[in-house]
Design a protein around this ligand. Sequence first.
Ligand SMILES: [Zn+2]
Length: 114
Amino acid sequence: MKRFLTPRNILILVVVVVAFFVIKNQLRTTPEVLVTGSKGGECPVHGIRLRLDTVPIVVQLNEPDSLTAAQARATFPLSNDSFYILQWFKDDEHKNLSKAEVWYCSACREAKII
Ligand SMILES: [Zn+2]
């Protein structure tokens, strides 16, 4: 074992490890999960701590009517079972996205189902 741990071999090992991570980083495709940057906290309706989840990204073709939207904001504002966007991404960086990271309230999700 001592014969293997020469400074030359340690240097070669470090170079190989660094090269591995550099190549791995360059071969990496665009991430499939959109990190929205939203922060956790508590649900303003239910007062419970939000949880992090990964949900599908959905293009919302039609806006919900104002009554439905107002009811949703009042009863389950943070169900966040999908991440809605108005149109799909046009840039190459986001073309492989299918999911988004969101914070949600479990009580809101239950309220939305009922
Ligand atoms: Zn809630």
